[in-house]
Design a protein around this ligand. Sequence first.
Ligand SMILES: Cc1cc2nc3c(=O)[nH]c(=O)nc-3n(C[C@H](O)[C@H](O)[C@H](O)COP(=O)(O)O)c2cc1C
Ligand SMILES: Nc1ncnc2c1ncn2[C@@H]1O[C@H](COP(=O)(O)OP(=O)(O)O)[C@@H](O)[C@H]1O
Length: 641
Amino acid sequence: MMERPSAPQFRRKLVATFVQTPLPISNSFEAPFQPPPPPYEFLESRPAPAPTTRPNHKQDRPWVDERLRPSSRSEDASRLRPPDRLRVKTSLPNLSRHHNGFSPSTSPASSPLNLTPLSAPPPFGPDTPTTPSSTANASANSGFWQNAISETLHFAGGLIPHPTESTKHFTILRHSAPLVFYRGPTTSVAITIFSAHKYPLPPGRTLWLQQRGFSGDSGMALKSMMGATSDWLDVTPSVMVQAQELAPETETPWQRDIGKAARKSQKEKGDAKAHIPRETHVVRIPAVSSDGYFRFVLCSGGGIDIDGKATKRTLLCPSPIFRVASTSSDSSIMRGASFSTLPLEVGVKVASVAAKITINKYTGPVVGVVQGRMNKLKPGLVAKKVGQFASNSFQVNNNRDGNMDIGDHYTQPSPISYDGILGLDEGPQQPYPLKFQGKVAPGTGRNRAELGIPTANLINVSEDIKHNLRGVYFGWACIMPERGFEGLSGDWHEAVIATGPSPYARPSVIPENSVTVYLIHDFGHVGTTFFNARMKVVVMGFMRPLLSPAGAPIQQRLDTVSRDVYSTMASLGRENWGPELTIHRLKTAKSSRTLSDKYSDARDKVQRRVGSIPMHVVGIRTADAEARDKIHGNGGYWVPR
Ligand SMILES: Cc1cc2nc3c(=O)[nH]c(=O)nc-3n(C[C@H](O)[C@H](O)[C@H](O)COP(=O)(O)O)c2cc1C
Ligand SMILES: Nc1ncnc2c1ncn2[C@@H]1O[C@H](COP(=O)(O)OP(=O)(O)O)[C@@H](O)[C@H]1O
């Protein structure tokens, strides 16, 4: 992490940075990796499973640690400060000059719209979409937003300065900037845990997220969202990664931080008692954590033992605090802010105003398209409702009403008719059949090599499918009869479709779902491939969740796959499950829908579009972020040292 200058320097630097180039955003997001990991190790390499029940623990209320409790009266006074005192000057130069953030009461909404960006707008983030309609104006906005964040990060550096927290035997060093802008499900914070020679980290160590000043209603809301019984969230990273797998640009700054902290510890405690680095954790911040001040708490125990019982949790060390900020709720959340961090809140507010302008770039086109289409359906309630829905989806605090519960209904087990035969004899039930397409791309070749089962890896599959499907499904697939693939069977074939994080993928905070299809068809001779062919897939039902293949003997995997193939063949062999009837159904379903079906279809479509708009790029939390979180699980990764 970048070193923070002392106060007067800091002020000078702030202005200087402001007119030169914006700072890079912190390294608190997904880090790139290089070599692929060995197969099948990732799904189960976490040392302690996430507890399903958590002990009630009045005794370990958050923030009772005296060293961390905001102490002074001045803080109480600051809490009473009316929010309008926090109104900010509406341009960044002013913010820089009034670096404490307090300024005459100018309406925050009044002038940013008129602002021109301060420096040439750089592209924002690695996954910044380039919509055709993103005009010069829009990219100017993103420059403005980026500047606002850079400024705020500077503030954070000065205002939450402690990068380490220690107890007698443990130290936690925070690598990421102390201000973490919410960036969707990949939002993460990196820490390294040190411990004394005689105190290696216990094998069942767990990491918990605590919110500062956290109590009452919000505590309850959090609990019910997570289905948890406690207001601590288990955020123990899921997978282990070796240091050699880290990209140098990730590892080098961490090593620098670690070296510095280790030297300091040696100086303070002497060789015998110095704390030595044990593990680096990149911890995913779940959407449900909302905005506020947080810390991690390292514990021994807290997981589940082999009998399925929760093990006793003992506190070992808290981490330094950090602020998570998004722009969708009232960003000037005072809960947990101390007097010294109030100016930071102002910075967040400015970034938030900037983001709201920037977001028009993403939402504008979708609202336009949907409303345009609905006007054709007019007049009537339906058009009005969908139109409203389209606009409302972009409201900052959009409610969950009308949202698809993403993922859930695609992972419901199909009813079993009889031995191994899935689904009712009458045919597939909602939401199936489900159609999608993809292009066949080379994979690792391991499935064929190990099991003799070639699986076509599909790319260019819609985000919607990748997000919602997780597990093993059965259905039909065909290779599209195009030039270059004339010799291949273009018929519909029974297929097993497996989607989920690939066991062979590079590690990341959230592994991307891959879609692989095994066509139950003999294409002639061993080794036939059809890379670059387009494939159509119709999913007819859910078969089973993905098993973690870690350590599973090949024979066991073969048995599972054989059962999958059998079930698929047997289930699809019934009259109402054939490909022709299914395709016919898909076609007629389109023309025979009632107006209200159309309404819900259009609503789903809009909702999916909304889900696919990268709102998180500018720190907006959408209502489905929490639903998606359920799919992502803990995520994150840890590196032994
Ligand atoms: C019938 C079948 C069942 C599968 N079951 C699982 C599973 O339970 N868990 C899993 O992680 N992957 C499963 N997969 C995916 C494969 O393990 C593998 O990731 C995929 O086929 C890509 O391999 P490739 O790189 O050799 O093409 C399954 C694949 C097939 C065809
Ligand atoms: N029955 C089949 N189902 C799916 N793909 C097949 C089949 N027969 C041949 N293939 C071809 O084999 C490839 C998969 O082979 P595999 O050795 O698993 O390699 P990879 O891991 O590169 O996908 C597919 O991409 C496809 O081109």
